[in-house]
Design a protein around this ligand. Structure first.
Ligand code: GDP
Ligand code: MG
Length: 437
Protein backbone atom coordinates (compact mmCIF):
# COMPACT_ATOMS: atom_id res chain seq x y z
CA UNK A 1 0.00 0.00 0.00
CA UNK A 2 0.93 3.65 -0.21
CA UNK A 3 2.28 3.90 3.32
CA UNK A 4 4.62 0.99 2.84
CA UNK A 5 5.83 2.27 -0.46
CA UNK A 6 6.49 5.77 0.82
CA UNK A 7 8.14 4.26 3.82
CA UNK A 8 10.39 2.23 1.59
CA UNK A 9 11.18 5.22 -0.56
CA UNK A 10 12.10 7.33 2.41
CA UNK A 11 14.16 4.51 3.80
CA UNK A 12 16.63 5.00 0.98
CA UNK A 13 17.78 8.16 2.69
CA UNK A 14 18.37 6.60 6.07
CA UNK A 15 22.02 6.21 6.73
CA UNK A 16 23.05 8.89 4.30
CA UNK A 17 24.99 11.59 6.07
CA UNK A 18 23.51 14.45 4.14
CA UNK A 19 21.04 15.38 1.49
CA UNK A 20 22.57 15.33 -1.95
CA UNK A 21 21.00 15.82 -5.32
CA UNK A 22 21.56 12.16 -6.08
CA UNK A 23 19.92 10.63 -3.03
CA UNK A 24 17.04 13.10 -3.16
CA UNK A 25 16.37 12.24 -6.78
CA UNK A 26 16.54 8.55 -6.00
CA UNK A 27 14.15 8.91 -3.08
CA UNK A 28 11.70 11.07 -4.93
CA UNK A 29 11.56 8.72 -7.86
CA UNK A 30 10.28 6.09 -5.46
CA UNK A 31 7.90 8.53 -3.80
CA UNK A 32 6.49 9.43 -7.18
CA UNK A 33 6.01 5.81 -8.10
CA UNK A 34 4.23 5.19 -4.80
CA UNK A 35 1.90 8.11 -5.46
CA UNK A 36 1.09 6.95 -8.98
CA UNK A 37 0.41 3.46 -7.69
CA UNK A 38 -2.02 4.97 -5.23
CA UNK A 39 -3.97 6.47 -8.12
CA UNK A 40 -2.66 9.95 -7.66
CA UNK A 41 -3.00 11.95 -10.83
CA UNK A 42 0.27 12.08 -12.81
CA UNK A 43 0.56 15.85 -12.91
CA UNK A 44 -0.14 16.06 -9.21
CA UNK A 45 2.51 13.48 -8.38
CA UNK A 46 5.06 15.23 -10.54
CA UNK A 47 4.38 18.65 -9.07
CA UNK A 48 4.50 17.11 -5.63
CA UNK A 49 7.93 15.59 -6.02
CA UNK A 50 9.29 18.71 -7.69
CA UNK A 51 8.21 20.84 -4.77
CA UNK A 52 9.69 18.45 -2.25
CA UNK A 53 12.91 18.36 -4.21
CA UNK A 54 13.23 22.13 -4.25
CA UNK A 55 12.57 22.31 -0.57
CA UNK A 56 14.98 19.50 0.22
CA UNK A 57 17.79 21.04 -1.79
CA UNK A 58 17.22 24.40 -0.16
CA UNK A 59 17.68 22.94 3.31
CA UNK A 60 20.74 23.75 5.32
CA UNK A 61 22.53 20.45 5.80
CA UNK A 62 23.50 21.57 9.29
CA UNK A 63 19.93 21.19 10.46
CA UNK A 64 19.50 19.04 13.53
CA UNK A 65 17.23 16.64 11.67
CA UNK A 66 18.77 13.66 9.94
CA UNK A 67 18.23 13.61 6.17
CA UNK A 68 15.72 10.77 6.42
CA UNK A 69 13.72 12.61 9.07
CA UNK A 70 13.92 15.81 7.13
CA UNK A 71 12.55 14.13 4.03
CA UNK A 72 9.75 12.54 6.01
CA UNK A 73 8.89 15.97 7.33
CA UNK A 74 9.04 17.57 3.90
CA UNK A 75 6.95 14.83 2.36
CA UNK A 76 4.45 15.03 5.19
CA UNK A 77 4.19 18.81 4.97
CA UNK A 78 3.77 18.61 1.24
CA UNK A 79 1.12 15.90 1.48
CA UNK A 80 -0.71 18.13 3.94
CA UNK A 81 -0.51 21.07 1.57
CA UNK A 82 -1.64 18.90 -1.30
CA UNK A 83 -4.75 17.95 0.61
CA UNK A 84 -5.59 21.54 1.38
CA UNK A 85 -3.41 22.51 4.32
CA UNK A 86 -5.93 23.82 6.80
CA UNK A 87 -9.17 22.22 7.88
CA UNK A 88 -12.00 23.85 5.95
CA UNK A 89 -15.33 24.48 7.69
CA UNK A 90 -18.76 24.83 6.14
CA UNK A 91 -20.71 28.04 5.82
CA UNK A 92 -23.73 28.03 8.11
CA UNK A 93 -24.29 31.77 8.05
CA UNK A 94 -27.66 31.74 6.29
CA UNK A 95 -31.04 31.50 7.94
CA UNK A 96 -31.76 28.93 6.87
CA UNK A 97 -28.36 27.86 5.60
CA UNK A 98 -28.90 25.79 2.50
CA UNK A 99 -26.62 22.87 1.78
CA UNK A 100 -26.87 21.07 -1.55
CA UNK A 101 -25.52 17.57 -2.13
CA UNK A 102 -24.21 16.56 -5.52
CA UNK A 103 -22.52 13.46 -6.86
CA UNK A 104 -23.05 10.19 -8.65
CA UNK A 105 -25.52 7.54 -7.59
CA UNK A 106 -24.07 5.35 -4.87
CA UNK A 107 -21.45 7.89 -3.85
CA UNK A 108 -23.07 8.27 -0.43
CA UNK A 109 -25.14 11.47 -0.75
CA UNK A 110 -28.17 10.23 1.12
CA UNK A 111 -26.07 8.65 3.86
CA UNK A 112 -23.94 11.75 4.22
CA UNK A 113 -27.02 14.03 4.25
CA UNK A 114 -28.15 12.07 7.29
CA UNK A 115 -24.72 12.14 8.89
CA UNK A 116 -24.43 15.88 8.42
CA UNK A 117 -27.93 16.50 9.78
CA UNK A 118 -27.08 14.38 12.79
CA UNK A 119 -23.73 16.12 13.28
CA UNK A 120 -25.37 19.56 13.15
CA UNK A 121 -28.30 18.55 15.30
CA UNK A 122 -25.87 17.46 17.99
CA UNK A 123 -24.49 20.98 18.03
CA UNK A 124 -27.78 21.98 19.71
CA UNK A 125 -28.07 25.38 18.02
CA UNK A 126 -29.00 23.78 14.72
CA UNK A 127 -32.38 22.46 13.67
CA UNK A 128 -31.85 20.78 10.32
CA UNK A 129 -34.42 19.80 7.71
CA UNK A 130 -33.63 17.03 5.24
CA UNK A 131 -35.10 17.36 1.76
CA UNK A 132 -35.66 14.44 -0.60
CA UNK A 133 -35.08 15.61 -4.17
CA UNK A 134 -34.29 12.25 -5.72
CA UNK A 135 -37.52 12.06 -7.68
CA UNK A 136 -36.66 9.09 -9.87
CA UNK A 137 -36.56 6.35 -7.32
CA UNK A 138 -39.35 6.22 -4.73
CA UNK A 139 -37.02 4.00 -2.71
CA UNK A 140 -34.59 6.89 -2.42
CA UNK A 141 -37.25 9.00 -0.71
CA UNK A 142 -38.03 6.17 1.68
CA UNK A 143 -34.33 5.76 2.38
CA UNK A 144 -34.06 9.39 3.48
CA UNK A 145 -37.13 8.99 5.69
CA UNK A 146 -35.56 5.98 7.36
CA UNK A 147 -32.40 7.98 7.98
CA UNK A 148 -34.37 10.95 9.31
CA UNK A 149 -36.33 8.77 11.68
CA UNK A 150 -33.15 7.17 12.94
CA UNK A 151 -31.56 10.49 13.88
CA UNK A 152 -34.72 12.35 14.80
CA UNK A 153 -34.60 14.90 12.00
CA UNK A 154 -37.61 15.94 9.96
CA UNK A 155 -37.63 14.96 6.28
CA UNK A 156 -39.43 17.02 3.66
CA UNK A 157 -40.61 15.08 0.62
CA UNK A 158 -43.34 15.16 -1.99
CA UNK A 159 -43.81 11.75 -3.54
CA UNK A 160 -45.24 11.92 -7.01
CA UNK A 161 -43.89 15.40 -7.64
CA UNK A 162 -41.35 15.03 -10.47
CA UNK A 163 -39.90 18.52 -10.21
CA UNK A 164 -36.93 18.69 -7.83
CA UNK A 165 -36.68 22.47 -8.13
CA UNK A 166 -40.27 22.85 -6.95
CA UNK A 167 -39.69 20.43 -4.07
CA UNK A 168 -36.53 22.20 -2.94
CA UNK A 169 -38.22 25.59 -3.13
CA UNK A 170 -41.21 24.38 -1.15
CA UNK A 171 -38.88 22.81 1.41
CA UNK A 172 -37.11 26.10 2.02
CA UNK A 173 -40.44 27.86 2.58
CA UNK A 174 -41.38 25.06 4.96
CA UNK A 175 -38.07 25.47 6.80
CA UNK A 176 -38.64 29.21 7.26
CA UNK A 177 -42.13 28.66 8.61
CA UNK A 178 -41.00 25.99 11.03
CA UNK A 179 -37.79 27.39 12.38
CA UNK A 180 -35.34 25.09 10.65
CA UNK A 181 -32.05 26.96 10.36
CA UNK A 182 -30.30 24.42 8.14
CA UNK A 183 -31.76 22.82 5.00
CA UNK A 184 -29.92 19.83 3.57
CA UNK A 185 -31.00 19.00 0.03
CA UNK A 186 -30.34 15.43 -1.08
CA UNK A 187 -30.45 14.96 -4.85
CA UNK A 188 -30.55 12.22 -7.46
CA UNK A 189 -27.37 10.99 -9.00
CA UNK A 190 -26.71 8.67 -11.90
CA UNK A 191 -24.18 5.95 -12.39
CA UNK A 192 -22.16 8.06 -14.78
CA UNK A 193 -21.96 11.71 -15.77
CA UNK A 194 -24.78 12.64 -18.12
CA UNK A 195 -26.30 15.83 -19.37
CA UNK A 196 -29.70 15.42 -17.80
CA UNK A 197 -28.24 14.97 -14.33
CA UNK A 198 -25.98 17.98 -14.78
CA UNK A 199 -28.81 20.16 -16.05
CA UNK A 200 -31.02 19.11 -13.19
CA UNK A 201 -28.50 19.73 -10.42
CA UNK A 202 -27.53 22.99 -12.04
CA UNK A 203 -31.19 24.10 -12.09
CA UNK A 204 -31.64 23.22 -8.45
CA UNK A 205 -28.43 25.08 -7.65
CA UNK A 206 -29.58 28.21 -9.45
CA UNK A 207 -33.02 28.14 -7.86
CA UNK A 208 -32.04 27.67 -4.22
CA UNK A 209 -28.62 29.38 -4.18
CA UNK A 210 -27.07 27.27 -1.48
CA UNK A 211 -24.42 28.57 0.94
CA UNK A 212 -22.68 25.26 0.54
CA UNK A 213 -22.67 22.96 -2.43
CA UNK A 214 -20.92 19.75 -1.51
CA UNK A 215 -19.67 17.19 -3.96
CA UNK A 216 -19.89 13.69 -2.51
CA UNK A 217 -17.53 11.09 -3.90
CA UNK A 218 -16.70 7.48 -3.19
CA UNK A 219 -13.00 7.35 -2.31
CA UNK A 220 -12.78 3.81 -3.64
CA UNK A 221 -13.28 4.98 -7.20
CA UNK A 222 -9.69 6.17 -7.50
CA UNK A 223 -8.82 8.17 -10.56
CA UNK A 224 -12.48 8.26 -11.62
CA UNK A 225 -13.20 10.28 -8.52
CA UNK A 226 -11.00 13.03 -9.85
CA UNK A 227 -12.67 13.05 -13.26
CA UNK A 228 -16.13 13.13 -11.73
CA UNK A 229 -15.10 15.94 -9.41
CA UNK A 230 -13.92 17.95 -12.35
CA UNK A 231 -17.16 17.44 -14.29
CA UNK A 232 -19.34 18.50 -11.35
CA UNK A 233 -17.11 21.42 -10.50
CA UNK A 234 -17.29 22.75 -14.06
CA UNK A 235 -21.07 22.95 -13.73
CA UNK A 236 -21.56 23.81 -10.07
CA UNK A 237 -18.35 25.45 -8.93
CA UNK A 238 -18.94 23.59 -5.68
CA UNK A 239 -17.59 24.63 -2.29
CA UNK A 240 -16.20 21.43 -0.92
CA UNK A 241 -15.77 17.72 -1.24
CA UNK A 242 -17.04 14.88 0.92
CA UNK A 243 -14.91 11.78 0.61
CA UNK A 244 -16.91 8.71 1.58
CA UNK A 245 -16.05 5.08 2.28
CA UNK A 246 -12.63 5.83 3.67
CA UNK A 247 -13.22 2.93 6.03
CA UNK A 248 -12.75 0.48 3.17
CA UNK A 249 -9.64 -0.66 1.42
CA UNK A 250 -9.09 2.64 -0.35
CA UNK A 251 -5.92 3.67 -2.01
CA UNK A 252 -5.95 7.25 -0.80
CA UNK A 253 -5.21 8.64 -4.23
CA UNK A 254 -8.48 10.52 -4.42
CA UNK A 255 -7.78 12.50 -1.27
CA UNK A 256 -4.44 13.47 -2.67
CA UNK A 257 -5.51 14.45 -6.16
CA UNK A 258 -8.93 16.07 -5.85
CA UNK A 259 -7.83 19.20 -4.10
CA UNK A 260 -5.14 19.92 -6.61
CA UNK A 261 -7.30 19.18 -9.65
CA UNK A 262 -10.41 21.19 -8.72
CA UNK A 263 -8.81 23.40 -6.06
CA UNK A 264 -11.65 22.80 -3.60
CA UNK A 265 -11.11 21.57 -0.06
CA UNK A 266 -12.17 18.20 1.25
CA UNK A 267 -14.46 19.10 4.14
CA UNK A 268 -15.75 15.82 5.52
CA UNK A 269 -14.92 12.16 5.33
CA UNK A 270 -17.29 9.23 5.67
CA UNK A 271 -15.87 6.26 7.51
CA UNK A 272 -18.75 3.81 7.67
CA UNK A 273 -22.41 3.21 7.07
CA UNK A 274 -23.56 4.32 10.52
CA UNK A 275 -24.79 7.82 11.13
CA UNK A 276 -21.91 8.52 13.51
CA UNK A 277 -19.26 7.49 11.00
CA UNK A 278 -18.33 10.97 9.83
CA UNK A 279 -15.38 13.23 10.53
CA UNK A 280 -14.24 16.68 9.68
CA UNK A 281 -11.34 16.28 7.28
CA UNK A 282 -7.93 17.21 8.68
CA UNK A 283 -5.22 17.33 6.01
CA UNK A 284 -2.33 16.89 8.43
CA UNK A 285 -3.96 13.92 10.10
CA UNK A 286 -4.58 12.32 6.75
CA UNK A 287 -0.93 12.87 5.86
CA UNK A 288 0.06 11.21 9.14
CA UNK A 289 -2.19 8.34 8.33
CA UNK A 290 -0.74 7.91 4.87
CA UNK A 291 2.82 8.13 6.11
CA UNK A 292 2.96 6.35 9.34
CA UNK A 293 -0.12 4.58 10.47
CA UNK A 294 0.13 1.39 8.55
CA UNK A 295 -2.94 -0.28 7.27
CA UNK A 296 -4.70 -0.83 10.55
CA UNK A 297 -8.13 -1.03 9.05
CA UNK A 298 -7.38 -3.88 6.73
CA UNK A 299 -5.43 -5.62 9.46
CA UNK A 300 -8.45 -5.55 11.66
CA UNK A 301 -10.73 -6.55 8.82
CA UNK A 302 -8.57 -9.47 7.93
CA UNK A 303 -8.29 -10.48 11.53
CA UNK A 304 -12.05 -10.33 11.85
CA UNK A 305 -12.55 -12.58 8.88
CA UNK A 306 -10.36 -15.20 10.47
CA UNK A 307 -11.49 -14.86 14.03
CA UNK A 308 -14.10 -17.17 15.19
CA UNK A 309 -17.28 -15.11 15.46
CA UNK A 310 -17.94 -16.01 19.05
CA UNK A 311 -14.39 -15.07 20.08
CA UNK A 312 -14.70 -11.80 18.27
CA UNK A 313 -17.93 -10.93 20.01
CA UNK A 314 -16.49 -11.68 23.43
CA UNK A 315 -13.42 -9.69 22.60
CA UNK A 316 -15.46 -6.73 21.45
CA UNK A 317 -17.35 -6.69 24.69
CA UNK A 318 -14.15 -6.76 26.67
CA UNK A 319 -12.59 -4.00 24.65
CA UNK A 320 -15.69 -1.89 25.02
CA UNK A 321 -15.62 -2.38 28.78
CA UNK A 322 -11.90 -1.79 28.96
CA UNK A 323 -11.31 -5.33 30.11
CA UNK A 324 -8.99 -6.38 27.34
CA UNK A 325 -6.10 -8.18 29.03
CA UNK A 326 -3.03 -10.25 28.31
CA UNK A 327 -5.00 -13.48 28.24
CA UNK A 328 -6.95 -12.04 25.35
CA UNK A 329 -3.73 -10.91 23.80
CA UNK A 330 -2.42 -14.44 24.05
CA UNK A 331 -5.47 -15.89 22.38
CA UNK A 332 -5.13 -13.23 19.68
CA UNK A 333 -1.59 -14.31 19.03
CA UNK A 334 -2.85 -17.83 18.63
CA UNK A 335 -5.46 -16.59 16.19
CA UNK A 336 -2.90 -14.57 14.29
CA UNK A 337 -0.66 -17.61 14.00
CA UNK A 338 -3.47 -19.35 12.17
CA UNK A 339 -3.63 -16.54 9.66
CA UNK A 340 -0.43 -17.22 7.78
CA UNK A 341 2.14 -14.83 6.49
CA UNK A 342 3.27 -13.21 9.70
CA UNK A 343 5.41 -10.53 8.22
CA UNK A 344 2.63 -9.13 6.06
CA UNK A 345 0.31 -9.03 8.98
CA UNK A 346 2.73 -7.46 11.39
CA UNK A 347 3.64 -4.90 8.77
CA UNK A 348 0.10 -3.60 8.93
CA UNK A 349 0.45 -2.64 12.57
CA UNK A 350 1.42 1.03 12.88
CA UNK A 351 5.12 1.50 13.32
CA UNK A 352 5.84 -2.17 12.88
CA UNK A 353 6.58 -2.02 9.17
CA UNK A 354 9.77 -0.12 9.85
CA UNK A 355 10.80 -2.21 12.80
CA UNK A 356 10.52 -5.36 10.73
CA UNK A 357 12.65 -4.32 7.80
CA UNK A 358 15.17 -7.03 6.99
CA UNK A 359 13.99 -9.27 9.78
CA UNK A 360 12.81 -12.73 9.07
CA UNK A 361 9.63 -13.51 10.90
CA UNK A 362 8.15 -16.84 11.64
CA UNK A 363 5.93 -18.14 14.36
CA UNK A 364 8.90 -18.35 16.69
CA UNK A 365 8.81 -14.59 16.80
CA UNK A 366 6.04 -14.94 19.35
CA UNK A 367 7.90 -17.31 21.62
CA UNK A 368 9.36 -14.53 23.78
CA UNK A 369 6.03 -12.77 23.98
CA UNK A 370 4.19 -15.92 24.95
CA UNK A 371 6.83 -16.74 27.55
CA UNK A 372 6.48 -13.28 29.10
CA UNK A 373 2.70 -13.57 29.28
CA UNK A 374 2.95 -17.05 30.75
CA UNK A 375 5.15 -15.65 33.50
CA UNK A 376 2.50 -13.16 34.55
CA UNK A 377 0.01 -13.88 37.30
CA UNK A 378 -3.67 -13.96 36.31
CA UNK A 379 -4.10 -10.62 38.04
CA UNK A 380 -1.26 -9.09 36.08
CA UNK A 381 -2.71 -10.42 32.86
CA UNK A 382 -6.08 -8.81 33.37
CA UNK A 383 -4.69 -5.66 34.99
CA UNK A 384 -1.37 -4.85 33.34
CA UNK A 385 -1.24 -1.53 35.17
CA UNK A 386 -0.23 -3.31 38.39
CA UNK A 387 3.04 -4.43 36.79
CA UNK A 388 5.65 -2.34 38.59
CA UNK A 389 9.45 -2.52 38.54
CA UNK A 390 9.86 -5.52 40.83
CA UNK A 391 7.15 -7.45 39.01
CA UNK A 392 8.85 -6.71 35.70
CA UNK A 393 12.08 -8.12 37.11
CA UNK A 394 10.29 -11.28 38.21
CA UNK A 395 8.52 -11.69 34.86
CA UNK A 396 11.72 -11.19 32.88
CA UNK A 397 13.48 -13.76 35.01
CA UNK A 398 10.64 -16.24 34.80
CA UNK A 399 10.41 -15.99 31.04
CA UNK A 400 14.10 -15.90 30.32
CA UNK A 401 13.83 -12.47 28.74
CA UNK A 402 15.07 -9.01 29.71
CA UNK A 403 13.30 -6.15 31.44
CA UNK A 404 13.57 -4.20 28.17
CA UNK A 405 11.68 -6.95 26.39
CA UNK A 406 9.00 -6.95 29.07
CA UNK A 407 8.75 -3.16 28.83
CA UNK A 408 8.51 -3.34 25.09
CA UNK A 409 5.69 -5.84 25.24
CA UNK A 410 3.81 -3.76 27.82
CA UNK A 411 4.15 -0.74 25.60
CA UNK A 412 3.00 -2.60 22.51
CA UNK A 413 0.12 -4.07 24.43
CA UNK A 414 -0.92 -0.65 25.62
CA UNK A 415 -0.83 0.75 22.09
CA UNK A 416 -2.67 -2.21 20.75
CA UNK A 417 -5.46 -2.05 23.27
CA UNK A 418 -5.90 1.65 22.66
CA UNK A 419 -6.04 0.97 18.97
CA UNK A 420 -8.52 -1.84 19.35
CA UNK A 421 -10.77 0.24 21.49
CA UNK A 422 -10.80 2.92 18.86
CA UNK A 423 -11.52 0.51 16.06
CA UNK A 424 -14.78 -0.37 17.74
CA UNK A 425 -17.90 1.04 16.12
CA UNK A 426 -17.91 4.60 14.90
CA UNK A 427 -14.53 5.28 16.41
CA UNK A 428 -13.37 7.27 13.42
CA UNK A 429 -13.09 10.51 15.25
CA UNK A 430 -11.15 9.09 18.15
CA UNK A 431 -8.97 7.20 15.78
CA UNK A 432 -8.16 10.39 13.96
CA UNK A 433 -7.46 12.18 17.23
CA UNK A 434 -5.06 9.48 18.19
CA UNK A 435 -3.34 9.64 14.89
CA UNK A 436 -2.64 13.26 15.46
CA UNK A 437 -0.93 12.62 18.77
P1 GDP B 1 -26.36 7.94 -2.89
O1 GDP B 1 -26.86 7.15 -4.06
O2 GDP B 1 -25.29 8.92 -3.32
O3 GDP B 1 -27.44 8.61 -2.12
O4 GDP B 1 -25.61 6.91 -1.93
P2 GDP B 1 -26.13 6.25 -0.56
O5 GDP B 1 -26.07 7.25 0.54
O6 GDP B 1 -27.42 5.56 -0.79
O7 GDP B 1 -24.95 5.21 -0.31
C1 GDP B 1 -24.66 4.12 -1.17
C2 GDP B 1 -24.12 2.98 -0.35
O8 GDP B 1 -22.87 3.32 0.22
C3 GDP B 1 -25.01 2.60 0.81
O9 GDP B 1 -25.02 1.22 0.94
C4 GDP B 1 -24.34 3.23 2.02
O10 GDP B 1 -24.60 2.53 3.20
C5 GDP B 1 -22.89 3.15 1.63
N1 GDP B 1 -22.07 4.20 2.24
C6 GDP B 1 -22.25 5.53 2.23
N2 GDP B 1 -21.25 6.16 2.89
C7 GDP B 1 -20.41 5.20 3.34
C8 GDP B 1 -19.17 5.21 4.08
O11 GDP B 1 -18.62 6.25 4.46
N3 GDP B 1 -18.61 4.01 4.33
C9 GDP B 1 -19.18 2.84 3.90
N4 GDP B 1 -18.56 1.73 4.20
N5 GDP B 1 -20.32 2.80 3.22
C10 GDP B 1 -20.94 3.95 2.93
MG1 MG C 1 -29.43 8.79 -2.57
Amino acid sequence: NLSDKLDKALHVLKGHGQITEVNVAETLKEVRRALLDADVNFKTAKAFTNTVKEKAMGQDVLTSLKPGQLMVKLVKDELTTLMGGETAGIDLSGNPSIILMSGLQGSGKTTFSGKLANYLKNKKTKKPLLVACDVYRPAAIDQLHVVGEQIGVEVFSDKGNQDPVAIATAAIAHAKENGHNVVIVDTAGRLAIDEQMMTEISNIHKAIQPQETLFVVDSMTGQDAVNTAKAFNDVLNFDGVVLTKLDGDTRGGAALSIKSVVDKPIKFIGTGEKMEAVDVFHPSRMADRILGMGDVVSLVERAQEQFDEEEARKLQKKIAKNQFGFDDFLSQIQQIKKMGNMKDLMGMIPGMGKALKGIDIDDDAFKGIEAIIHSMTPDERSNPSVINGSRKKRIAKGSGTSIQEVNQLLKQFDQMSKMMKMMQGGGGRKMMQMMNN
